[in-house]
Design a protein around this ligand. Structure first.
Ligand SMILES: Nc1nc2c(ncn2[C@@H]2O[C@H](COP(=O)(O)OP(=O)(O)OP(=O)(O)O)[C@@H](O)[C@H]2O)c(=O)[nH]1
Ligand SMILES: [Mg+2]
Length: 211
């Protein structure tokens, strides 16, 4: 089992490098958005795409349905849905084939919303520029400690649904400590897609992501 997993990951790593080269050649900044189900990625994207002043496109990963791609298209941005069936994560090859169906302008930001879970997506490089992990205030502040591989892989943590903080028992300082324990120095921003709180910081971080 271990050698098969190593071979799968090695094959994925090579295909991710192909994606990385493809993105670099076209000036595309690819971002891999990961979280547990329902942490707010599609809602954040809907807001972000309406505010972004760069061309963008989206690859949506879910086990089933094209609901998220339809939500993205409603904002006027091109989106392709990838359904993984029983699969629990996107792989580099799936992104490669999704790109064949996605009109992508040079200089775009490509948002890749991974399948919602905090476990296996952490293992699979997609050729992205950065991994963003969303973590909502309804999940409990201990998630970074329980799913350390995901948070260790991250380049940015976005604490989402902060508008709900008055209504849930969530200790932001404990969450920050949990993130720092797992990966010292990992930046964590806060955002609400409902009140726009923190959206400016998130958009500023995005603006710094250049090829
Ligand atoms: N209060 C509050 N609710 C939010 C926020 N962002 C998202 N939600 C709600 O959270 C639920 C899930 O949001 P989605 O954007 O679909 O989350 P997701 O991570 O894309 O979910 P999956 O793709 O299904 O894993 C929806 O009911 C949203 O309205 C937020 O900032 N504040
Ligand atoms: Mg979604």
């Amino acid at each position: 089992v271990i050698s098969l997993e190593a071979r799968l990951l090695e094959k994925n790593r090579l295909l991710a490098e192909r994606n990385r080269g493809w993105f670099a050649g076209r000036g595309v900044v690819a971002l891999n958005l990961m979280s547990s189900p329902g942490a707010g990625r599609t809602t954040l994207l809907e807001k972000t795409l309406r505010a972004l002043d760069r061309p963008a496109a989206v690859i949506e990963g879910d086990q089933a349905t094209d609901r998220d791609a339809a939500r993205i298209r409603a904002t006027g941005v091109e989106a392709v849905q990838v359904n993984t069936g029983t699969g629990c994560h996107l792989e580099a090859d799936m992104v490669w084939h999704a790109l064949e169906r996605l009109p992508l302008r040079a200089g775009s930001v490509l948002f890749i919303e991974n399948v919602g879970n905090l476990v296996c997506p952490a293992l699979f490089d997609l050729g992205e520029r950065a991994k963003v992990v969303l973590f909502s205030v309804t999940e409990g502040e201990d998630k970074p400690l329980k799913y350390p591989h995901m948070f260790r892989a991250a380049d940015l943590v976005l604490l989402t649904k902060v508008d709900l903080l008055p209504f849930v028992e969530f200790d932001v300082r404990a969450a920050e400590e949990a993130v720092a324990t797992v990966k010292p120095g990992l930046p964590m921003l806060r955002a609400s897609a409902k009140t726009d709180d923190g959206m400016a910081d998130w958009l500023r971080w995005l603006d710094l992501q250049r090829v």
